[in-house]
Ligand binder design. Structure first.
Ligand code: IDP
Ligand code: MG
Length: 144
């Protein structure tokens, strides 16, 4: 099933210069970039994106982290893209993530964990709409 999912390269990914490596993991797994933009997350965008953790004690720290620099938003397309991206990322806590996963290799802890990936096909649709206008998503194909 061909899906498109939303990935955010978080500020630690940019600061530690892991963007190339992380994107390479996704491309090597067969995923294709169909949308890409660098953006500073506004308060309301972030609150909406992280609505499920808004009332957690760590939210102020998470907010400061996520707004400490721009993020890179990617729309990635491919077979079972949502689950594939989550598998490549590893679990939320980088310290518990296996080596060979993005968080296991590049993350520091549960907050500084390099990437966001949509956690279900339903959320992927909502999150893609949150970060990309229709005109910013492309069908990528090249005849050669
Ligand atoms: P996910 O990114 O693996 O889907 P969520 O539970 O959706 O994890 O949490 C969203 C983000 O909030 C995480 O990626 C992480 O950056 C941050 N976070 C989650 N739990 C904690 C925590 O216990 N302390 C600090 N930050 C957390
Ligand atoms: Mg999540």
């Amino acid at each position: 099933m061909i899906e498109t999912t939303l990935v955010l390269l978080k500020p630690d990914c940019l600061a530690d210069r892991h963007c190339g490596n992380v994107i390479n993991r996704f491309e090597a797994a067969g995923l294709e970039i169909v949308g890409c933009k660098m953006m500073l997350l506004a308060d309301d965008e972030l609150a909406e994106h992280y609505a499920h953790v808004l009332d957690r004690p760590f939210y102020p720290d998470l907010k400061a982290f996520m707004q400490s620099s721009p993020v890179i938003a990617l729309a990635l397309s491919g077979k079972n893209a949502v689950a594939l991206v989550r598998e490549l990322m590893g679990p939320t806590d980088s310290r518990k993530a296996a080596k060979g996963t993005i968080r296991g290799d590049f993350g520091r802890d549960v907050m500084f964990n390099v990437v966001h990936g949509s956690d279900s096909p339903e959320n992927a649709i909502v999150e893609l709409k949150r970060f990309f206008a229709d005109s910013e998503l492309f069908e990528v194909s090249l005849k050669r």
